[in-house]
Design a protein around this ligand. Structure first.
Ligand code: MIC
Ligand code: SF4
Length: 656
């Protein structure tokens, strides 16, 4: 039986365990990436390990999320990240150079390597056959310090592509189609591998849209092979030496196969408020829209923005639409500026934002109340735009630009009829303008020794976790439903600037559930902590969906939360909980979830014993006067981490 590409790369990087579905495996990480919103904590933790210089082949620290600079917070973080990168042998990409995933794809990603990133959209580099995985910042810090990275050996889902996309139908519609099939739930510990004749018709940036937004499925990663399209992409950036052909064996066996005929797809949208609420544009056409934003790490390649510019050339954006473009990288912005396309967008009435995450993470351009906003992004959980009750639709650049002209959700396939427009197929240039002057290369050891790491006063080193007690006395602080995202747990937007200060940021844990005039989640949790009562979170299915932000574990830990009992917990978040010594427990039946109530007093006797040697834990609900059993789905290493009071302490202990 032939091997899948995923298993080939995993086998070449295996340092612990064996390649068998469900086994805990340790792999060598070749490259890492961090971004500023998760990177400050990652580097503070890296420093606290006394690791010195990074041990990876290449590590890059990007500034892309928090770049607006209100008050000193953002710039303090940037200076810290710039100087700590210089000290640690890490590349540093400055604010304005672009979004980590797009820049990493353009400049650093290599076929056949492993990449670990403290951002859930790290799988973007799967477009060039990198096995690219998102993780919490502490996992990335450990990969930089010494590695390896541990994960559950995934099942491989083969997506067989046939045919070719028709004009006005985009790569975004491919991933939206897959989201409509697989949804955002129940895909933990799967990897998606694309194969089949249709793959060769997709360019690398198109593949990147698909692997990037694959994160919304909740899979470990997504990957394409490396072929002539990959060679072309790398060669245009003077990186031909990084090319190597890579594919699964012809007789590779997949755990499951889904077939998609590209020629049969149509423009689609993810409707409010989950990325898997998918409908055809034809069904929702006509809805009035007041805001359209093109950009994010999903859809702001040169081809995407050139297509937008060509459609807009000589035309005007509807006057009831606020239209903005955020190019994913300075490389793309430069190219558009040089060839005049930028002028076409500006003349049509487009606003040009900086190359960065911007509105995707609620940094500006929140839509007005009741206004429908179309965005080419990958994620749009309720309120993420910064407006409570927002109506955000995720669409392709083709649908976005068509709707910008009409002011209503418009099927781009109707543009020829409405405006006499032909689909502007964009050929990627053979050569890109290469300008790396906003990327700082690692310093030599001698030069690095002279660097003073700058730590502004807003930066606070996070506390380490404390050991778990044998007998846990706790109280249910909150009971949530299914699909609670890390955006619900730790809001970004206006609070994003607080990422490097856990005590301040912790004040807004579960902010969206706080009610005016009542004590906040944080106040109630700290109150319990003072009384030595552990905080407990109850949740439904797929708890912790979405981003990799470890603050969704780190801040609750700071507030004294010691356990999450949920129907199921997503991969990255579960690892983050364990890393910060919060016990992830799963319900064994719906009835137990149904009867537990906020405020219930819970008792777990023999907690340490159960973690050490059992798959179950007995929980006594002292308020409801009943007992139930929770499941502990933990690897041996997870158990050791929990018993050692978190990953940082575990790693320190192992070093001795
Ligand atoms: C996101 O898209 O949700 C983010 C912001 O990029 C996060 C990282 C973070 O919270 O800093 C992610 O995708 O992991
Ligand atoms: Fe930035 Fe949005 Fe991409 Fe996250 S999804 S990395 S916030 S552009």
């Amino acid at each position: 039986m032939g091997e899948t590409l995923v298993y080939k790369i995993l086998s070449r990087h295996l340092v612990d365990g064996k390649i068998a579905v469900g086994e805990q495996i340790g792999i060598r990480i070749d490259q890492t990436l961090t971004q500023d919103a998760t990177g400050t904590t990652a580097f503070l933790l890296f420093e606290s390990m006394g690791a010195g210089r990074v041990k990876t082949e290449l590590s890059v620290s990007y500034i892309d999320h928090n770049i607006a600079g209100f008050g000193p917070w953002n710039h303090n973080d940037h200076l810290y990240l710039q100087t700590v990168a210089a000290k640690s042998g890490v590349y540093h990409s400055r604010a304005g150079n672009g979004i980590c995933h797009q820049v990493h794809l353009e400049k650093f990603g290599r076929p056949g390597t492993t990449l670990l990133g403290s951002d859930s959209h790290t799988p973007t580099c799967g477009a060039i056959a990198t096995l690219a995985i998102g993780a919490g910042g502490l996992d990335v810090a450990i990969a930089m310090a010494k590695g390896p990275f541990y994960l559950t050996c995934p099942k491989v889902l083969g997506v067989k592509l046939a045919g070719e996309l028709n004009g006005w139908v985009a790569a975004k519609d491919v991933i939206l189609k897959l989201l409509s099939i697989l949804t955002t739930k129940g895909n933990v510990n799967w990897v998606v591998e694309y194969f089949g004749q249709g793959v060769s018709t997709l360019s690398v940036p198109q593949r990147a849209t698909i692997t990037n937004m694959g994160a919304e499925l909740g899979v470990t990663t997504s990957i394409f092979g490396s072929d002539e399209q990959t060679r072309k992409f790398l060669t245009a950036r003077k990186r031909e030496k990084d090319y190597q052909p890579l594919a699964a064996d012809a007789d590779a066996e997949y755990e499951r196969i889904i077939e998609i005929n590209l020629a049969e797809l149509q423009p689609m949208a993810a409707c409010p408020s989950s990325p898997d609420n998918i409908r055809a544009i034809a069904e929702i056409a006509g809805v009035q829209t007041g805001q359209i934003v093109i950009g994010s790490c999903t859809n702001s390649s040169f081809a995407d923005l050139m297509m937008v510019a060509k459609v807009l050339k000589g035309r005007e954006i509807n006057n009831m639409v606020e239209f903005a473009v955020a190019p994913g990288s300075r490389e793309v912005l430069n190219m558009l500026a040089e060839n005049g396309a930028l002028a076409d967008i500006i003349s049509a009435g487009g606003r040009i934002l900086e190359s960065g995450c911007g509105p995707c993470i609620g940094q500006g351009l929140s839509p007005a109340d009741g206004v429908v906003s179309l965005r080419t992004f990958n994620r749009k959980f309720a309120g993420r735009s910064g407006t409570i009750g927002d109506q955000v639709y995720l669409v392709s650049p083709e649908t976005a630009v068509a709707s910008a002209l009409t002011g209503r959700i418009t099927d781009p396939r109707n543009l020829p009829e409405i405006f006499g427009l032909k689909y502007p197929k964009i050929e990627s240039p053979d050569e890109f303008i290469i300008n790396d002057n906003m990327i700082e290369e690692p310093l030599s050891e001698e030069e690095a020794a002279k660097v003073e790491v700058l730590r502004g006063p807003t930066i606070v080193v996070p506390e380490a976790a404390s050991p778990l007690p044998q007998g846990l006395q706790g109280e249910v602080l909150i009971k949530c439903e299914d699909k609670i995202t890390t955006d619900h747990i730790m809001p970004a937007g206006a609070f994003l600037k607080l990422r490097s200060n856990v005590p301040e940021y912790a004040k807004v844990v579960f902010n969206c559930f706080n009610e005016q005039g009542k004590p906040t989640f944080a106040e109630r949790a700290l109150d319990l902590k003072k009384k030595a009562i552990a905080g407990i979170i109850i949740a439904g299915q797929s708890y912790g969906q979405g981003s990799s932000r470890e603050h969704a574990a780190l801040c609750p830990m700071y507030l004294g939360v010691r356990a999450v009992i949920a129907k199921s917990i997503e991969r990255i978040h579960k690892a983050n909980l364990i890393n910060f010594c919060i016990v992830p427990i799963e319900f064994t039946g719906q009835a137990d979830y149904d009867r537990i109530k906020p405020g219930d007093q819970l008792q777990i006797d023999n907690l340490l014993e159960s973690i050490k040697s059992s798959d179950e834990v007995k929980i006594i609900d002292k308020t409801g006067k009943y007992e139930f059993t929770g499941r502990l789905e933990l690897s041996d290493r997870d158990r050791q981490i929990l018993l050692s009071a978190g990953l940082l302490n575990y790693t320190r202990k192992k070093k001795k």
